[in-house]
Design a protein around this ligand. Structure first.
Ligand code: CIR
Length: 256
């Protein structure tokens, strides 16, 4: 969770056409831009360098940059999103990543699909959840790539009806995970310290630990209180507009 850099992308007007499992309203761009600026400022407040890429009107979901790349200290891995409308986002992210990683970029190829939202890197391993977006072939390719760098990768399940594995969890310390109950009961975090989000606050689980801070969606007071009581410094960001597109705190940045 110690990062020197992050890459984000501003949302554009096309955000109103972003993918969503269920229509709970049209995202408001002005409000999303405001929340996005607060998110970037929070990342920067920890001393990190944060790149803000311009909007991509051709890709309504491009603000959710996390799904396009996995950034490890040794290399970046270009994902292959399972959502056809999102595949082109990867090529758009490449130049920014190449600026930091040079040619140390591996690539997931067809028929593999995998999105960054399904990948949780902990202090000891890489967990990848199978989902509607991430298939076994994609995970197998990623496993082969990271094994060469000494990483252990473990395949886990994403709860049914949940977009991404990390929709339901976030790393708050090297061995500590904030998780929904429905995900924790699957046993995938056995051996870790698990903090369960209180019932009714499931949407708070997609938080990120970024240097000294835990950054979480605003509006989940019991989760914020629990994290604070455990000694974490919590910053809350308005996630109302991204939530309409099934997005959360982790989706909005690549951190490395
Ligand atoms: C999508 O369905 O792909 C976007 N509307 C939301 C992506 C959220 N990304 C993430 O959780 N990493």
């Amino acid at each position: 969770y110690e990062f020197r850099r992050a890459i984000t992308r501003k949302p554009g007007r096309s955000i109103v056409g972003g993918l969503r499992a269920e229509d709970i309203g049209t995202p408001d761009l002005a409000r999303m831009l405001e929340a996005h600026a607060a998110y970037v400022a929070t990342l920067r407040s920890t001393g990190a360098e944060v790149v803000e890429l311009p909007p991509l009107e051709d890709y309504p979901d491009a603000v959710f940059v996390e799904d396009t790349m996995l950034c490890l200290p040794e290399l970046a891995i270009a994902m292959r999103p399972g959502a056809p409308t999102r595949m082109g986002e990867v090529a758009e992210m490449r130049p920014a990543i190449a600026g930091f990683y040079g040619d140390k970029i591996a690539t997931i190829t067809a028929p593999g699909t995998i999105e960054g939202g399904d990948i949780l890197v902990t202090g000891r391993e890489i967990l990848v959840g199978l989902s509607a977006r991430t298939n076994r072939e994609g995970v197998a390719q990623l496993s082969d790539i990271v094994r060469e760098y000494g990483y252990a990768l473990r395949l886990v399940e994403t709860p049914a009806g949940v977009l991404h594995f990390k929709t339901d969890c976030g790393l708050v310390g090297p061995e500590t995970i904030l998780s929904t109950r429905r995900l924790a009961v699957s046993g995938c975090f056995d051996g870790y310290d698990v903090l369960e989000v209180p019932e009714g606050e499931e949407a708070a689980s997609n938080c990120i630990r970024f240097n000294t801070l835990v950054i979480m969606a605003a509006g989940f007071p019991r989760t914020a209180e629990m994290l604070t009581a455990h000694g974490y410094e919590v910053v809350e960001i308005d996630n109302s507009e991204c939530a309409k597109l099934d997005g959360g705190m982790s989706c909005l940045s690549l951190r490395f």
